[in-house]
Design a protein around this ligand. Structure first.
Ligand code: NDP
Length: 501
């Protein structure tokens, strides 16, 4: 019997009923997965089952790829003009806008993020992203290339074909929009896998994709587990490109599978351990506010989280005092409560993982300056935590924790902080706080990271490329740069001089 989710929200911030199918979405229709098994979706505020969704397996991947290939060959790809693709994408964005509160409520319920943040960040960005790429759909153009007078040569930026997309659980809708936006604009068809932990908003959007009028098979959604569905997708001989957002560990596997199968094109958006550098001359209040946001936003579950805070010696004590006060003032609680600023970590696994990093920090000799403990009796809340007295080799300084945990480190000068900031395998993002423009730009250019924020952090925009240096990834989401990853360039050469050989 096909699963569906029926739920009545009765919260201070959102009231309303949701009712949508939670099967696998293939060829425009929901159905049970081939295995007929399901995955429980857990409420992170109490560990209880919210609902269950179909568990896709490799047989469903084959079915979804066939549907996507058929759609590519008949109604999408080279058969669908960009203006038409753009129109459907605009319609999808409109529907998401109309259902914004419902989608934000589902995101809050499933991920544990606050409803307010889900509205302000996740939904706004997701809708803006679909609109932004809808605008690109009829502006994807090649070039005419001059060679000899006998020849006309030009390039076509053609869709790649069936693309696979696999994402993490921390921003389910936002990541969906970053992936399907450029893929659809360029005319590709899609097999998409959300995280097994947070499938609800993606499935709700599946219904909106049908309602927007997308032909069946253009977008297919498989709720399933990484080691089965994810592996089958990255190894599939008929998926021509795989776009992945997740950990560096799994990103490596995805690339290996791509190499071992059909050498599919791969883009990877992976982990980070971003440095956040505060100079003596920074606007202290501004720097403290953004630094707290940098570590604690989304409960620290952000790939670009500025979790290594380097503070220049002259303001170190004052900064630490102010940051600690800020951390202590964060209100933990029900994601749907008016005053909540931090919900629980997404799952028991993540809760345990973050707590084990806190234990490792303590056992390796760092000092918990504030926080460091579980909050509440049930659910997966963790207190906003700041470590001091760290050493460069400690796990909490080197590894991505993906929870509300940061380290504050004193530095002397520019050379000292650059060396420490770049001493990581990651290179996703960084931030610098100073009133000196030259210093800010000098640091921005010398940091090895895909994004550098000056005097703010963690801001992403559909128009601006986002991605990593080093082991934080390959390729870019967002902006014109993402478009480049979803087209194959074909050169056409014409013998206009009727040259003979
Ligand atoms: P994972 O790497 O564990 O999982 C990411 C996705 O890959 C999930 O859908 C997962 O499925 C799937 N997966 C798991 N194993 C495999 C496999 N063997 N083959 C193919 N797919 C697989 O990451 P998390 O979901 O835990 O997300 C956290 C990570 O994501 C952090 O490292 C974070 O930095 C990164 N991230 C990066 C972003 C960026 O833009 N750079 C943005 C957001 C997050 P399942 O859910 O079943 O495990």
């Amino acid at each position: 019997m096909m699963t569906s989710f029926v739920h009545e929200f009765d919260t201070p911030l959102f009231k309303g009923k949701v009712n949508f199918p939670t099967g696998v979405y293939i060829d425009g229709k929901f159905s049970d997965g081939a295995s007929q098994t399901t995955i429980d979706v857990i409420d992170p505020t109490n560990g209880k089952v919210i609902t269950s969704v179909s568990e896709a397996t490799s047989a469903d991947v084959d079915r979804a790829v066939s549907a996507a290939q058929k759609a590519f060959d008949t109604v999408w790809g080279l058969n669908a003009p960009g203006s038409y693709r753009g129109k459907l994408m605009h319609r999808l964005a409109e529907l998401m806008d109309e259902k914004k509160e419902e989608l934000a409520a589902l995101e809050a319920l499933d991920v544990g993020k606050t409803f307010k943040w889900a509205m302000d960040a996740d939904l706004n960005i997701a809708i803006e992203t679909i609109r932004y790429f809808a605008g690109w759909a009829d502006k994807i153009q090649g070039k005419v290339i001059e060679t000899t007078t006998d020849k006309l040569a030009y390039t076509r930026h053609e869709p790649i074909g069936v693309v696979g997309q696999i994402v993490a659980w921390n921003f389910p809708l936002l990541l969906l929009s970053w992936k399907i936006g450029p893929a659809l604009a360029c005319g590709n068809t899609i097999v998409f896998k959300p995280s097994e932990f947070t499938p609800l908003t993606t499935l709700r959007v599946a219904s909106l994709i049908t309602e927007a009028g997308f032909p069946p098979g253009v977008v297919n959604i498989l709720t399933g587990r990484g080691p089965t569905v994810g592996e089958a997708m990255s190894s599939h001989m008929k998926i021509e490109k795989l776009a992945f957002t997740g950990s560096t560990l799994v990103g490596r596997k995805v690339m290996e599978n791509a190499a071992k199968s059909n050498l599919k094109d791969v883009t990877l958006e992976l982990g980070g351990k971003s440095p956040n550098i505060i100079f003596d001359d920074a606007d202290l209040e501004l720097a403290v506010g953004w630094s707290a946001h940098g570590i604690f936003w989304n409960h620290g579950q952000a790939c670009c989280a500025g979790t290594r805070i380097f503070v220049q010696a002259g303001i170190y004590d004052e900064f630490l005092k102010m940051l600690t006060a800020k951390a202590k003032s964060i209100k933990l609680g029900d994601p749907f409560a008016e005053d909540s600023q931090q919900g629980p970590q997404v799952s028991k696994q993540q809760f345990d993982r973050v707590m084990s990093y806190i234990d490792s920090g303590k056992s390796q000799g760092a000092t918990v300056h504030t926080g460091g403990a579980r909050y509440g009796e049930e659910g997966y809340w963790i207190e906003p935590t700041i470590f001091v007295d760290t050493k460069p080799g400690m796990k909490i300084v080197q590894e991505e924790i993906f929870g509300p945990v940061g380290v504050v480190i004193k530095f002397e000068d520019e050379e000292d902080v650059l060396r420490q900031a770049n001493d990581t395998m990651y290179g996703l993002a960084a931030a610098v706080f100073t009133k000196d423009v030259s210093k800010a730009l000098s640091i921005a250019h010398k940091i090895r990271a895909g994004t550098v924020w000056v005097n703010h952090v963690n801001q992403v925009h559909a128009q601006i490329p986002f991605g990593g240096f080093k082991q934080s990834g390959i390729g870019r989401d967002c902006g014109e740069y993402a478009i480049q990853h979803y087209t194959a360039v074909k050169a056409v050469q014409i013998n206009i001089g009727n040259v003979r050989i």
